[in-house]
Design a protein around this ligand. Structure first.
Ligand SMILES: [Zn+2]
Ligand SMILES: [Zn+2]
Length: 198
């Protein structure tokens, strides 16, 4: 097995990932359904990765592709969202917690906290103001889609404020895929070493 240089960042590295907001059927929990193979099982605002293949190791593992994954920059996530089938996904800004493996484009990691969810524009192009049922779900969960006030009329609605409150209050939900920019340096500016590259 390769030995990787260790990084000791002064604060949790920041990353970006695409996911769809989901609300539990009983409205008691919120979560996010990822766009990759792990998307079948939504994760919470703070959550821990498990190997999605059921292997008996901690995620992430070098010889497996399990674990949370994220991109380094908002621009990378925005490009992915614009590239095709993920235009309706939210762009999440996350704090990477626990062990991680750094790659050129992003990281795979063990734990994370969602700090900001930037909700995709309404289908009509205007900024989203409220969530409505997206018309799909996962077991026990309903997908949520951002809509403007006009397009949401006549649908059951969940306000962004309620979504945040149900999620414990520390998450920020912002309308649109705009980069309001982290005020502090990104993950490349912290930590001393370089991780694996491929
Ligand atoms: Zn695994
Ligand atoms: Zn609209």
């Amino acid at each position: 097995m390769r030995r990787l240089p260790r990084e000791r960042p002064a604060e949790p590295p920041r990353g970006y990932q695409l996911a769809h907001p989901v609300l539990a059927e009983d409205c008691g929990r919120i979560g996010f359904a990822g766009i990759t193979t792990g998307g079948a099982q939504p994760y919470g605002v703070v959550d821990e990765a498990r190997c999605q293949y059921g292997r008996r190791h901690r995620a992430p593992a070098l010889r497996c592709d399990c674990g949370f994954s994220c991109l380094h920059t908002f621009a990378q996530a925005f490009a992915l969202a614009r590239s095709g089938t993920h235009r309706r996904a939210a762009i999440l800004e996350i704090a990477v917690l626990g062990p991680y493996i750094r790659f050129e484009r992003g990281m795979r990691h063990a734990r994370q906290r969602v700090r900001v969810a930037r909700i995709a524009p309404c289908g009509c192009g205007r900024p989203p103001e409220v969530f409505v049922d997206a018309g799909w779900g996962r077991t026990g969960w309903r997908g949520m889609s951002g809509r403007c006030g006009d397009c949401a009329a006549g649908h059951g609605q969940v306000s962004f404020e309620d979504f945040v409150r149900i999620g414990g209050g520390r998450l920020r939900v912002l309308p649109g895929h705009r980069d309001t920019g982290p005020a502090r340096p990104g993950p490349e500016a912290v930590g001393g070493g370089r991780g694996a590259r491929r």
